[in-house]
Write a protein that binds this ligand. Sequence first.
Ligand code: SF4
Length: 226
Amino acid sequence: MKNLTAKLSTTTPPEIPPGYLNLMGYIDESEVNGPGCRAVVWVQGCQKGCSGCFNPDSWSFDVNQLIGIEELANKILNNPRNIGVTFSGGEPFLQASGLAELAKILRCRGLNVMSFSGFTLGELQSKNAPVDAQKLLSQLDILIDGPFVETLAIHSPYSLVSSSNQRVRVFNPRLKNQLNWASDSLEIHIRSDNTRVSTGYWGHLADYWGNLDLGENYDMKKYQLK
Ligand code: SF4
């Protein structure tokens, strides 16, 4: 889904209060965003401006949903079906410090942590890497790195990456045999206020981001359509 009116509202990420994250959205119990059943945290803000990005509304660095790291950790841990969490965006590594802190809490409680990034692993390990990139890298079990390149797009629901330049880095050997989450499912999460989040390969065809927020009465029902 292209949104030609989307703009990078600022080129510099804003100051986020210590102990908080600026989110675009959140869901529990997703089965199409990483191994097993997991929470997904979409952060707000990205500078890449990739042509063909499925999620241009995530580009703005304006504050969308500020949430305390401990509050978010408890939210994820309170759902026993979440065996892990995936960070997506937006650009997770532009909030590396807060996400590293969140990841550390969750890993101590036995969850695995995966992240997407529009930076390559080499960029994240270089001297020009975003602040605290190494801190977040050290907490990851899986990283999918590299920007979406429209001319290299892989139009397949069975691919773990969206374009052929992207790489799947499995840092935790125990997850090597669990790289099987890509599917032709459309996952729709319906909250108690009737707003929806659609995700998975076909999710961009649905009414996706317009309904994302952290409603206090989030009461998710989930459907998978094949
Ligand atoms: S890095 Fe990801 S979120 Fe950012 S513009 Fe590229 S595809 Fe979109």
